[in-house]
Design a binder for this molecule. Structure first.
Ligand code: HEM
Length: 653
């Protein structure tokens, strides 16, 4: 079956027409500050040894160790993803899956072109901020080892001219995405190959536990917990260079009256900058610069930390830097977990579904929820990170609107012009205009369409075309050898299909026809593909199979986290009065408090503006009252350290 050329031509034309939209000239003029930081970029990927001893402390470790006291390594940075089902390697250990007939699976790029559309349909209910928060949660929870994501990978599986490098001379981790003949985009430039490097595994990195030749498990290099590791880093070594060690603050750089993320000391390797003076940032996560919306949220969350640290310092001048830092971090993470579980996830997974499956509880005020269960495995599931959660790539919009305080549109950016080039945020009013844009512009409808900007132009770096995120997702599914769509249907209690017609219970007939034209058997359909073609469950933004995986993941992420913010635990929890304040947090409040000069936003910023959700002055958006953190249990004459604070916690019990 031939891909639909006409459709692509139309969309290509409309995208190139967008190039005319405001694309501010290269504006980045700040001198580089030399620092000895951002060592995480050269970090070697080695599985850590288990911690020798876990300390009793109210605070999380940076690397996620000692969250589970019975198994202190569970969920630590640089460890394997979890699995729900046995991997589907064709050799049982390492080789990507093939068809049940023994033949190759259809090319990932062909599947992307034939099974997925690229229609531009704005979502009537949800804003671009909804999509963007999802990427924040993603980056907090996982990052496949060895991936550079936005930066050009050092391992080349294709020549720069787009030809395949022969298997016998290519790097063993190469698994290039082959471009089908007549590809509507790449046939125009003769590209035959898109780079793809396989994820590093417990076996490739010689991690303890897989000395026998067992099936490989891919490694994720960030902590599995929802702990804002993207802001604070995934180890003490990553965290230290991000801290100012004064007043509990993280390092920021002040320019033009605003606080910005600190600059990377190697802009040319960390970003796709066009000059060495162009701004490129560093943060707890190396993906920080990937796209403007992501960098905005990273900045907002960093500014929020410093805002909280300053407020705590004013309230408790006897606290030392470490205590201020850890308390601000604890509040920041709690607010973020609250927003994620009570404001964001209900839109994605459906509030009723979440209540039913104990992902949220109908609690208010300062009431605790004591559902921590040390037997729950908190690790990020491979099927979640590699298939189900990536379905929300469908929400990405290729055009970013610049919106003024009175909610007028003053311009727009083309996404592929600004990937890995964050300096655009420091130009004029762009930071606030794009933040308001995230609260105003609709995201793309969550469906089987993926924006041309990510399907044909991703990371194009001034070239005519780039790579294809949908094809990357499909190839990654095979790299990680996820069990098939049919296997996951069965796992989720849905009838296993034995004929193509059996898929009609969840997938529209046109899409089943597309699958039939691509795959040799219903048994071959990749999870990433089948799951993304299902009709959405009422009230949620995923079909039944993905909803089952996502629900399982977010149950584990809360019930398996000893530090989850709703716990009553006197050591790691909050007082009831403090919990009541945490529950006032919202993404709207974060935008109000941490924009450069944002003075109004709607209360539910993940939802589009409407009569029920009007833009309001920030003064009307509920706000946490930091006075609940005033600590009067010490005399003011001496400095309170994290250690003496802890001793006091014990004394009180
Ligand atoms: C403009 C926005 C975004 C861009 C450009 C983007 C791009 C990418 C890229 C390039 C990868 C790695 C692909 C690979 O090599 O396998 C990736 C991985 C991923 N993305 Fe996105 N993404 C965006 C937004 C989102 C959103 C909104 C979500 C979910 C709500 C999401 C979820 C994921 C997940 C779960 C992964 C795998 C993470 C891991 O390594 O374990 N992304 N994305």
């Amino acid at each position: 079956m031939q891909p639909n050329n006409a459709l692509l031509k139309n969309t290509l034309q409309s995208v190139s027409a967008q190039t005319g939209i405001t694309s501010p000239a290269n504006p980045f003029i700040q001198p580089i500050r030399n620092s000895s930081q951002s060592r995480q970029h050269q970090q070697e990927i080695r599985c850590p040894a288990p911690p020798l001893k876990c300390k009793k402390t109210p605070y999380r470790t940076f690397d996620g160790s000692c969250n589970n006291l019975q198994n202190p390594s569970l969920g630590v940075a640089i460890s394997p993803y979890g699995r729900l089902l046995t991997p589907n390697y064709s050799d049982g250990i390492h080789a990507p899956p093939v068809s049940v007939t023994g033949e190759d699976l259809p090319l990932a790029r062909l599947v992307s072109l034939v099974a997925f559309g690229e229609a531009d349909i704005p979502d009537p209910q949800f804003t671009l901020g909804n999509m963007q928060w999802g990427q924040v949660v993603t980056h907090d929870m996982s990052m496949q080892a060895g991936g550079t994501q936005s930066k050009k990978h050092k391992t080349r599986c294709c020549t720069d001219g787009g030809k395949i490098i022969e298997k016998n001379i290519a790097h063993p981790t190469c698994f290039p995405i082959l471009v089908p003949p007549n590809d509507p985009a790449h046939s125009q430039t003769g590209r035959e190959c898109m780079n793809f490097v396989r994820t590093l595994t417990d076996r490739s990195q010689k991690c303890p536990g897989n000395e026998q030749k067992l099936a490989e498990e891919q490694l994720t290099v960030v902590t599995h917990f929802m702990d804002m590791s993207l802001v604070y880093g995934n180890s003490r070594q990553q965290n230290s260079p991000l801290r100012s060690f004064r007043g509990g603050r993280m390092i920021t750089e002040e320019r033009n009256g605003a606080e910005w993320l600190p600059r990377s000391n190697n802009a040319t390797s960390d970003c796709d900058v066009q000059s060495t003076t162009e701004v490129c940032y560093r943060a707890g996560d190396v993906r920080v610069n990937q796209n403007p919306g992501l960098t905005i949220f990273q900045t907002i969350l960093l500014r929020e930390h410093n805002r909280l640290a300053d407020a705590l310092a004013a309230l408790n001048p006897h606290y030392d830097d470490e205590l201020l830092f850890q308390e601000a971090r604890k509040i920041n993470i709690a607010q973020y977990q609250h927003i994620t579980y009570y404001e964001w996830l209900p839109l994605m997974l459906g509030a009723e579904n979440m209540l039913k499956n104990r992902l949220i509880y109908p609690v208010q005020g300062g009431r605790y929820v004591n559902d921590y269960d040390p037997t729950v495995d908190p690790r990020v599931l491979n099927s979640h990170a590699t298939a189900a959660f990536r379905f929300f790539h469908s929400q990405i919009e290729g055009r970013l609107d610049l919106i003024s305080e009175v909610r007028g549109m003053s311009g727009a950016l083309r996404l592929s012009d600004w990937l890995n080039r964050p300096g655009i945020l420091e130009v004029a009013d762009n930071f606030d205009s794009l933040t308001r844009g995230m609260a105003t512009q609709p995201e793309e409808l969550t469906d089987s369409n993926f924006d041309t900007e990510i399907k044909h132009f991703l990371f194009r770096r001034s070239m005519a075309f780039g790579t294809d995120l949908r094809a990357l997702d499909i190839q990654r599914n095979r790299d990680h050898a996820l069990a098939t769509y049919n296997d996951f249907r069965e796992f989720c209690g849905i009838r296993r299909a034995s004929t193509w017609e059996d898929f009609l219970d969840l997938i529209p007939s046109k899409k089943v026809e597309a699958l039939r034209s691509l795959y040799r058997s219903p048994e071959d359909v990749d999870l990433t593909v089948g799951g993304a073609l299902e009709v959405l469950v009422e009230g949620a933004l995923a079909g039944p199979t993905f909803l089952c995986i996502l629900t399982e993941q977010f149950y584990r992420t809360r019930a398996g986290d000893r530090f989850f913010f709703e716990r009553e635990d006197p050591l790691v929890g909050f007082t009831s009065a403090q919990l009541n304040e945490i529950r006032k947090a919202s993404v709207a409040r974060l935008m109000c408090d941490n924009g450069n000069n944002i003075t109004s936003v709607q209360t539910q910023a993940f939802r589009t503006v409407s009569a029920n959700n009007p833009v309001l002055p920030c003064t009307q958006i509920p706000q946490l009252d930091i006075r609940q953190w005033q600590d009067l249990s010490y005399g003011r004459e001496f400095t309170v350290t994290a250690q003496s604070f802890l001793e006091n916690v014990y004394k009180k019990k």
